[in-house]
Design a binder for this molecule. Structure first.
Ligand code: UDX
Length: 445
């Protein structure tokens, strides 16, 4: 099939490359020249495992190409995916100006039937508004359908999530739209992946409700982790025990310094705003957000408790991205934590396998804030190591080498990546989340 994707951001690019890999012909429209010139050369502007390789393969096969001409994109295919950004506006409400712009562009350029699919995360009933905008700007009497098909991709495993989703949700109003989706997603249905057909409003809600629910699970276990610390229980054991209940599940019960990224913080805020507009009490979700932000201040409190005086302490930080396997630092807890440490005049030595470049835009290198290409080098003469992202390479670090390089063997772990028994055995002073905190000299009470 021929497919047009408007917006070559995270979702748009993965969707485009994924559909091309399934044998479709795809055109991707974007307005940012530097992004397009990179993409046309087969360079992905974002780090996502496997994406560059697959992009290059599909360019070579002629299955995907990129353009800045919306007219070319609209004429290329009957199927148009809207994958533009929907950031939070000033009040937290989703800013739909890019959705409107794309809808107007489509209206101005369509000459035949179009099937317009919202993939961007949007507030419930945006499909009606998209329809209104297109009708308003259409000069001819041309038929079109608007449908919702939310994405559930996770950064770091986006291609696999595209190819093997838990479910595909499509919200449609016409039989024609339903049949087009069935044809488009045939290869997935053949593999046994459920295709959930619903109304557009329900599909739009499924996305916001799913992300807010996952965020709620994280805040829930983080709340429980605080109690665990007070009463001497291990939050990992609690999560394990809860997770065996099939109704609960173990996923998203990893306690730590909280969620970040481009989706959860934005979608939780937007969902609260939607409820507010409709006069529905969403205080449960408001608490989710509050608990999440408190994770960062609590982590700073922990560092202050351990050192009392942070000024001039040499502090190594492993992990800057909001989660592993991505270079994305949007809403990353590391930003707030490093800002606070800078205020307290610490000397910072930062290491991340992918996120250094992006981080340098917020925190340029200077005498008291240095970036390292090697995680062990970053530890030289440090008083403590903070772990802010659970990259696999940190989990598998040589702990003897870690200890040798540090001035003081103190680790404050915001992601619970090490086993308590290993840390005890190696003689670290070790603080983590919702578990026993200990130091070999018995100083910590
Ligand atoms: C999320 C949704 O999972 C995905 O379905 C949606 O399409 C986009 O938003 P993503 O933001 O890529 O995906 O990352 P995810 O793996 O969900 O993690 C989000 C944040 O939660 C990260 O900061 C992660 O560190 C944190 N997290 C996750 C926890 O703190 N504990 C957990 O148990 C799981």
């Amino acid at each position: 099939m021929k497919i047009t994707i408007i917006g070559a951001g995270y979702v748009g690019l993965v969707t485009a490359v994924g559909f091309a890999d399934l044998g479709n012909e795809v055109i991707c429209v974007d307005k940012i020249p530097f992004k397009l010139s990179k993409l046309s050369k087969g360079i992905s502007p974002i780090y996502e495992p496997g994406l560059t390789e697959l992009l290059q393969k599909q360019i070579k096969k002629g299955k995907i190409h990129f353009t800045d001409k919306i007219e070319e994109g609209v004429n290329f295919s009957d199927i148009i995916f809207l994958c533009v950004g929907t950031p939070n506006g000033d009040t937290g409400k989703a800013d739909l100006s890019q959705v409107e712009e794309a809808s107007i562009d489509i209206a101005h350029n369509m000459n035949s039937y179009k099937f317009i699919i919202e993939k961007s995360t949007v507030p419930v009933n945006t499909h009606q508004w998209v329809e209104t905008v297109i009708k308003r700007y259409l000069k001819k009497d041309i038929k079109f359908d608007v449908a919702s098909n939310p994405e559930f991709l996770k950064e770091g495993s986006a291609l696999d999530d595209f190819m093997n989703p838990d479910r595909i949700v499509v919200g449609v109003e016409s039989e024609k739209a339903k049949d087009m989706f069935k044809e488009l997603y045939k290869p997935f249905v053949k593999k046994g992946i459920p295709l959930i057909v619903t109304t557009p409003a329900a599909a739009e809600l499924i996305k916001h409700a799913s992300n807010s629910f996952l965020a709620m699970k994280i805040s829930y276990i983080n709340m429980v982790s605080e109690l665990c610390e007070k009463v001497g229980a291990d939050v990992n054991m609690v999560a394990e025990g809860m997770g065996y209940d099939k109704r609960i599940g173990r996923a998203f019960l990893q306690a730590g310094i909280g969620y970040g990224g481009s989706c959860f913080p934005k979608d939780v805020k937007a969902f609260i705003k939607i409820a507010e507009e409709h006069g529905v009490d969403f205080s449960l979700i408001e608490e989710v957000e509050k608990i999440n932000l408190k994770r960062r201040t609590n982590f700073m409190k922990r560092i202050k408790n351990v050192f009392r005086i942070i000024k001039d302490k040499n502090i190594a930080v492993w992990g800057l991205s909001f989660k592993p396997n991505t270079d994305d630092i949007r809403e990353a807890p590391s930003i707030d934590i490093i800002r606070e440490l800078e205020k307290s005049k610490a000397n910072l030595k930062l290491y991340d396998p992918q996120a250094e470049e992006g981080f340098k835009h917020i925190f340029p290198e200077k005498q008291s804030l240095k970036y390292f290409d090697n995680k062990y080098e970053a530890l030289k003469d440090t008083d403590t190591l903070l772990i802010l992202t659970d990259w696999d390479e940190f989990k598998g670090a040589d702990l003897d080498r870690v200890k040798e390089n540090m001035r003081l063997p103190i680790i404050i772990d915001g992601r619970n990546i090490y086993q308590l028994k290993d840390m005890k055995k190696k003689g670290f002073e070790y603080y983590s989340i919702g578990r026993e905190n200990f130091d070999p000299k018995g100083m910590w009470k």
